[in-house]
Design a protein around this ligand. Structure first.
Ligand code: ACO
Length: 376
């Protein structure tokens, strides 16, 4: 008994598999999808293009992109049985629980051939198209807003905003959400993607893999951090109070959400892009309150802990200015990352190897079994 092996807690620095989808350069602060720098994708492409890139390994032609847009528009509606399940959920339910349970329920009403193996690309597109409808349906019901209309003419980003807010989003708002969706689409073997691949590696279906991933993303150390950032900002009345509030938290050994990363040793490149968008949206809405607070918090955290911002620091400020409630931030992350999760699941099916690491046993030594009548 016992083990001589070295334990890498949290699987830190363990290379678990080969992937062609995403490359993170943690030292240079670069993030690459299928060979393309996310800064170029964020500046020039759309979420639909990026989803295509992740799934098929290359950028689409204009005709392929138009076809994917049509496919998405045709896959947005939910089966009536799933709408009924959504309607029975308590209005105060956690939207990540709603998303996880609804994706799981959706699987029961979907055709089997889109759920595993190479043809699960159909399931990948179905889930990506349907997630905004699930979130919009739940949120509109709890907020007393009218039901979603199909709106096939809207891009994925515009449909997500329309589904959530029941308003015609401005082109700048749509652009901001599109950029956020592009930046969150994939991130190599992050915890939720790993969870999806572990599930798929047992030859389980795509919907089960995405259900695992949603449950994993929900945790505040992963997708839930941007909500917590906004809670911190609510405690800071003005930038000159940032230092005191942050120091008080650090003195209690609390983590400052939106900072630090397992892979990046410099600034997360997604934070760089989102900082700029936080300023841009703040200027457009004539409200730079959150942007100014975040800049102040950044300075203190760098001074006190030497930590750089991650993707979660600025995203919440953008969503809030767009009118999106805080508890929908992580679900929006999921609505983007579903493209990456499913790309990874497809890759896993293509080169399947059961993911099953080992544990170093540190429990009690071997013991003699004592029959229950003799136990004291
Ligand atoms: N605030 C304060 N201290 C921090 C923070 C933080 N945000 N992040 C790391 N540290 C400190 C730790 O306390 C630790 O200090 P110690 O060595 O004195 O104990 C040291 O930095 C190393 O931290 P680890 O937790 O070992 O680093 P790890 O790689 O496991 O953590 C993580 C990465 C979980 C993201 C961490 O930085 C964190 O908790 N950040 C806040 C949550 C957050 O923003 N999550 C979103 C990440 S991005 C994403 O998932 C989309």
């Amino acid at each position: 008994m016992g083990s001589e092996s070295v334990v890498q807690r949290g699987l830190q620095d363990v290379v678990a598999l080969e992937s062609r989808i995403c490359f993170i350069d943690g030292k240079q602060g670069r993030l690459i999808y299928r060979g393309y720098d996310i800064r170029d994708l964020a500046a020039q492409s759309t979420f639909e293009e990026v989803a295509y890139l992740l799934w098929y390994g290359r950028l689409p032609t204009a005709a392929e992109l138009a076809s994917l847009r049509t496919t998405f528009a045709g896959l947005r509606a939910l089966p009536p049985q799933v709408t009924e399940i959504l309607d029975r959920m308590p209005k105060d339910a956690n939207p990540m629980d709603v998303l996880r349970t609804t994706v799981s329920a959706l699987a029961i009403f979907e055709p089997g051939e889109t759920k595993s193996g190479p043809s699960s690309i159909g399931g990948a597109q179905r889930l990506t198209a349907a997630l905004p409808t699930i979130l919009g349906h739940f949120h509109r019901r709890r907020a007393g807003l009218p039901a979603i209309r199909p709106r096939p003419e809207l891009s994925h980003a515009a449909y997500l905003l329309y589904a959530l807010l029941n308003a015609e989003p401005s082109p700048l708002d749509v652009n901001a959400i599109d950029v956020a969706l592009i930046l969150h689409a994939d991130h190599e073997l992050n915890a939720s993607t790993f969870a999806a691949r572990v599930t798929a590696s047992t030859l389980s279906d795509l919907y089960s893999a995405v259900t695992s991933a949603i449950g994993t993303l929900k945790g505040p150390l992963h997708g839930g951090a941007n909500e917590r950032v906004m809670e911190l900002l609510d405690e800071i009345p003005s930038p000159d109070r940032a230092e005191a509030v942050v120091q008080a938290r650090l003195a209690k050994h609390e983590r400052i959400m939106g900072f630090g990363h397992r892979v990046y040793r410099v600034e997360d490149p997604r934070a760089t892009v989102l900082r700029e968008w936080s300023r841009k949206i703040g200027e457009e809405k004539k409200d730079l309150h959150y942007y100014d607070l975040l800049r102040a918090v950044e300075l203190v955290v760098m001074k006190e802990k030497g930590l750089y911002p991650n993707v979660d620091l600025y995203s919440g400020s953008i969503y809030t200015l767009l009118g999106i409630p805080h508890d929908l931030f992580t679900p929006i992350f999921a609505a983007s990352r579903v493209s990456g999760w499913t790309a990874h699941v497809l890759e896993e099916y293509d080169d399947l190897r059961l993911i099953r690491p080992t544990a170093a046993y540190v429990g009690p030594p071997e013991q003699r079994y004592v029959p229950i009548a003799e136990r004291k």
